[in-house]
Design a protein around this ligand. Sequence first.
Ligand code: ADP
Length: 369
Amino acid sequence: MENKERLSSKTIHSAEQLLESFSRCTKNGFVAYNLQGEITYFSKIMEDLTGWHEAEMLGKQVAQLYTMLPGERLVDTDDGQQVVAQAASLNTRDGKKINFPTRHTPIKQSEESSDIDGYLTLFFAQNNDVDRAQSEFVSTVSHELRTPITSIKGFASTLLFHSQGLDEEKKTKYIKIIKDQAERLSRLVEDLLAVSRLESNKLQLTIHPIDIDQIIEDIITMIQSKYNDSHKVNLDIANNLVPIWSDSDRLEQILTNLIDNAFKYSPEGDKIDIKIYPEKHNEEDMIRVDITDYGIGIEQEDLNKIFKKFSRLDNPLTRKTEGTGLGLFITKSLVDLLHGELEAQSSKGEKTTFSIFFPTHSFDIESET
Ligand code: ADP
């Protein structure tokens, strides 16, 4: 107290100022609320953790933001007090629930008083990035698996228990749905395995020279037949192309994913242009492949989202088409691994071009992964 009196009034910082400065120095988030349960403080880090803005949260009921999970325990603090340690499930703006370890303590009217004004919850985000990414991943995968499984279970039960009341046409229809959903599950599992192999660097690659003009037509024919020749493909290959250096299977996977998307995200009867030509890129001689469709297109601000795991843009055609949202993540990771580059350009409702740059010289994969 005496020491405090020695301070000139100019040097006394308000609690608010200190809290603001402190919350900038930590990766942990804070929320305070009053006895009515209304949020009175929502730190900057909470905005990053949840996607909610402070202005949206102040005055909101704290129960809308998070719920405490069972298993509370008391933890001693250095000054002989106790705070509650408990995990909480935080509701993010995009509808996810993320669990965080928390500390929870009353806010007293003054240091001496035992009257409580509200509570402060601290969310430990410090070392939680990996946990958070993992729990988000598990929650998204579970969600993606649930839809086909529910459908398979439902139609299989109908066939098993109510088959007498079904005519042959209905039975065949239900069996086809089961088959399609099982294929969807298997695609998802294949994609997840590819992601896991990519992330743990366990992909076996054999780099050798490949004449891309020799393989592209087979890939196009395969996709044409999958979509019953729904699109016209114009292939324009420059003369005297040098071979690219790549891994055959992965190269096929990259081209298949991008051409398949061009079919999926543009209407039947449309054309798709594929152009292959040499180009200097970042001062290196590379082979460039442009795959252009004239379909739904992608908003400028969404172009950086599409390469993220499980990202599917919300539009009627995406809703109608099958997909895991993993294709472009896998494609981009493969292109990076193979010393190439992948770029996307789009004008909404006009055209979308994915450009891949492939190296024309040998490289050592081991030293890079
Ligand atoms: P999937 O096709 O399985 O959903 P991708 O990772 O291949 O996943 O693509 C992610 C999202 O990017 C798609 O869901 C779609 O919204 C968008 N997208 C990809 N390619 C195109 C394209 N050629 N035109 C328009 N949107 C596209």
